[in-house]
Ligand binder design. Structure first.
Ligand SMILES: Cc1ncc(COP(=O)(O)O)c(C=O)c1O
Length: 416
């Protein structure tokens, strides 16, 4: 079956809306989405691969995980790959490997999914936020050095939306200050920074494979590293702290059950075998969006860096001009069955971070300005040109409506 006709993946529009907007969205009445926010690209090859595992006695700790790890290591250009149960689990193990203790600091970005900062807290370290570059939306390398203190142990840059952070500058700072770099490449499998694959540039990097990602394992992730000791440590930590030479019920260290099961690994294998095709489809959809959205006044399309990088398209995020009320646009699109989402919400302004660290609006102005105006539109590899047109037409209409409403209000105000 040809790939274009073999798409089996059920729409995850609702599930993704829940993930992006939180439980409150569950209780809201919204029109049924005509277009999902995201959707995995599942063909008969994936179905067959998972079914084949189900006919064996090995549903966990089996050959698919081993092969999946080899394929990801190969693809990422890394010496080792260790499969885990999620991207968050992978980042957590990487922070453990850094060896942080109470009160140590990990420098990271506030413009990310909350997990990239939470993993420092799991180990009682403190995430120290550094504002982002207004173009790339990644951590601003020029601001990192002033955030370094004697407690700083690591830098954890995030390749936001699949666009690589400025890794040469970050690695140079890390070298000079003897810091470890953990790449959050959860959104960036396949992205390249100056010809090198994102994820394999720091001491360790982590990919995530939730169903909205470029490729999926259902839930799951992979840590890549060039460090032999870290490779062994990750394998032990994900498997309840057992060392390879330990007996089944012998546990050399405090560990976790962060294993990836065989069905997920089989799915991941089928997906990584098609990764270039998956990325190419997403790039094509991004191209359609760019061509149409560029013509809409007040909309800035997603930035692609001028350095010789290769973005790996995870989401398609547009920025609205400052005078446009983004949340009103989101509501009006929702009413039309187009599930656009604010993405990201700054981490430092999450209720938990405000309460625990006293973070306030104004702490990271670039992040806050960008976060107030960004909008993720529906995006997945099997999106048709018609669906992209429908999103762009709806966006144009609601922007026009909002502009008309605004000028009416202005007229009313003048006559008061
Ligand atoms: C930037 C970033 N970091 C970490 C994660 C966590 O990955 P997972 O959901 O697999 O735990 C995600 C996933 O959405 C992410 O986008």
């Amino acid at each position: 079956m040809k790939e274009s006709t073999a798409h089996i993946g059920a729409s995850t529009g609702r599930a993704e809306a829940r993930r992006v907007t939180g439980d409150a969205a569950l209780h809201r009445q919204v029109a049924p989405f005509r277009i999902p926010m995201s959707s995995p690209d599942i063909t008969q090859a994936e179905v067959d691969a998972v079914n084949a595992v189900l006919r064996t006695p090995h549903l966990s700790i089996g050959p698919c995980v081993d092969e999946f790890e080899r394929r990801v290591a190969d693809y990422a250009g890394a010496r080792h790959a260790v499969a885990v149960s999620s991207g968050t689990a992978g980042l957590h193990l990487a922070v453990i490997a850094v060896g942080v203790t109470d009160g140590d600091e990990v420098i990271t970005t506030p413009f990310s999914f909350v997990a990239s900062a939470n993993v420092a807290l799991y180990e009682r370290a403190r995430p120290v936020f550094v504002d982002v570059d207004p173009e790339s939306l990644n951590i601003d390398a020029n601001r990192i050095e002033s955030a370094i203190t004697p407690r700083t142990k690591a830098i954890l840059p995030v390749h936001a939306f699949g666009q690589p952070a400025d890794m040469d500058a970050i690695l140079d700072i890390a070298r000079r200050h003897k810091l470890i770099v953990i790449e959050d490449a959860c959104e960036a499998i396949g992205a390249e920074y100056k010809g090198r694959k994102a994820g394999a540039l720091g001491h360790a990097g982590v990919f995530a494979f939730y169903p909205n990602k470029q490729m999926t394992t259902g839930e799951g992730g992979v840590i890549v590293t060039g460090d032999d000791n870290w490779n062994h440590l990750f394998r032990s930590l994900r498997n309840q702290g057992r060392d390879v030479f330990d007996a089944w019920l012998n546990h050399s260290r405090l560990g976790y059950n962060y294993r990836l099961d065989e069905m997920s690994a089989a799915l991941g294998l089928a997906q990584i075998n098609r990764i270039e095709a998956l990325l190419a489809k997403r790039e094509r959809v991004a191209g359609w969006y760019a061509a149409r959205l560029q013509k809409i006044e007040g909309v800035t399309v997603q930035f692609v860096a001028a350095t010789p990088t290769r973005a790996s398209w995870f989401v398609y995020v547009v920025r609205l001009a400052p005078h446009i009320q983004r949340d009103q646009i989101v509501r009006r699109l929702d009413e039309r069955g187009i599930p656009c989402r604010p993405y990201f919400q700054p981490i430092h302004l999450q209720p938990f971070y405000r309460q625990r660290f006293g973070c306030m609006p104004g702490d990271f102005p670039v992040t806050e300005r960008v976060a107030a105006s960004t909008l993720a539109v529906p995006f997945f590899g099997n999106m048709s040109e018609e669906q992209v047109n429908a999103v762009c037409d709806a966006l144009r209409e609601v922007l026009d409506e909002a502009a008309a409403g605004k000028s009416m209000n202005e007229t009313t105000d003048e006559h008061r």
